[in-house]
Design a protein around this ligand. Sequence first.
Ligand SMILES: Cc1cc2nc3c(=O)[nH]c(=O)nc-3n(C[C@H](O)[C@H](O)[C@H](O)COP(=O)(O)O)c2cc1C
Length: 190
Amino acid sequence: MMAGILTGLVGNDAHGTPMALERGKAVVVFFSWSPDGNMRFAAETIARRLSAEVFEIRAAKPYSSDFRTCTREARPECQAKTLRPIQPLKGLDLGKHEVVFVGTPNWWGTMAPPVRTWVTQNREGLKGKAVCVFQTHGGGGMQRVGRDFAELLPESTVLPPAAFLGASVRSGVRELERFVEERIAVRGTD
Ligand SMILES: Cc1cc2nc3c(=O)[nH]c(=O)nc-3n(C[C@H](O)[C@H](O)[C@H](O)COP(=O)(O)O)c2cc1C
């Protein structure tokens, strides 16, 4: 089923045959921090294209709402790959899904720590599944985000990840939809 899909590539092009999927077999999980909600917008747009449910990862103790304070707080966590505690994701049954889209803002070149926590806690549930990584960034692009997911999930098929510039994500709906269409063809939604 995964034939034709390349693993671990970094870039926005899938260069493969989209994976055919029944409706309801994909789910979207994301974390977003800023009041602009760039990743929230991307995740909701992608979920709509997939007719999928969407779940938000939240830190147990929220980060400061002040940008500078948040970046100072997050830096050592990102560098040390700290597993910041998160709230439980109520109602998500990974067993029902074949493809899991995971969205994170780029924080210090990698995934935001609450995303690292969720992925780490769910490695078993993600085993053997396709994981579709997407991120929004402030100009740095993909950096280590895709690689770090692939490293955390050696027993999942990490599909080619994509990076979207946060500031222009709202004018890039078509790009977000294309990201989905190049990887997944949901039966009955086209
Ligand atoms: C703590 C923190 C660290 C960040 N580090 C990076 C970075 O290393 N590279 C980058 O391109 N953008 C960085 N950004 C910018 C965010 O990735 C970007 O604004 C993203 O679109 C925010 O998504 P959100 O609105 O869903 O929170 C950082 C933002 C924060 C708050």
